[in-house]
Design a protein around this ligand. Structure first.
Ligand code: DX5
Ligand code: ZN
Length: 216
């Protein structure tokens, strides 16, 4: 099975976002990955809902929204209003994760749980049956273009095992440091979906970079 490709517009040129969104619309990308940061949960701020409203209007692919913010449940209505298909919240940001996952489903979106590099896969054991997807970070969240943390490949393998043992149908997505080389190993380890920012937007031909990832 070919991997699902979710280009992250965090690495796009924000002054010409429409061009990059049109590129994604015409590419082999499956989803569009939207990184929302608050400067509290992560040491950076990206963009917020007033900007994303216009991004969502132009985008023809399903939105894979990744909230790197504290109390993400506060923004379920805003994410829903964008027309998002998937809402990713961080395990580390949700003391009442089970409730947040149910709230995302009740709002009509697919819930996904994201884990930071230092969070063990084992922490997902009691939520794995309730989520559409787990997003494993391949870098510490906050910035595009960082170096891939090697241990991520082992975590994908471990999560694939947990999913098999529990009979869960959750997808595995990886975000951070994904390129053709790391992407191939992640898919081999059991990843279903790959987020790519720098590997797409710093390529001479971004649509071609998406095609190459899709055909890993
Ligand atoms: C990082 C973001 C990622 C980022 C990935 O905090 O969550 O989605 O855009 O960027 P690359 O692919 O450049 O590592
Ligand atoms: Zn992300």
């Amino acid at each position: 099975m070919k991997p699902i490709i979710s280009p992250s517009i965090l690495s796009a040129d924000f002054a010409y976002l429409a061009n990059d969104i049109e590129m994604i619309n015409g590419s082999e990308a499956d989803w569009v990955h939207i990184d929302i940061m608050d400067g509290v949960f992560v040491p950076n701020i990206s963009f917020g809902f007033p900007v994303l409203k216009y991004v969502a209007k132009l985008t023809e692919k399903p939105l894979d929204v990744h909230l790197m913010i504290v109390q993400p449940e506060k923004f379920i209505p805003e994410v829903k209003a964008l027309g998002a298909r998937i809402m990713n919240v961080h395990y580390e940001a949700c003391p009442h994760l089970h409730r947040v996952v149910q709230q995302i489903r009740e709002a009509g979106m697919l819930p996904a749980v994201t884990i930071n590099p230092a969070t063990p896969v084992a922490m997902l054991r009691d939520i794995i049956d309730d989520v559409y997807m787990v997003l494993i970070m391949g870098v510490n969240p906050g910035f595009g273009g960082q170096k891939f943390i090697e241990h991520t490949v082992d975590k994908v393998r471990e999560l694939r095992e947990l999913i098999t043992v529990t009979g869960s149908e959750a997808l595995i997505e990886v975000d951070g440091g994904v390129n053709l080389e790391t992407g191939a190993r992640l898919v081999e380890a059991g990843a279903n979906a790959l987020v790519a920012g720098n590997a797409v937007f710093s390529a001479p031909d971004p649509a071609e970079a998406i095609r190459a990832l899709k055909n890993l």
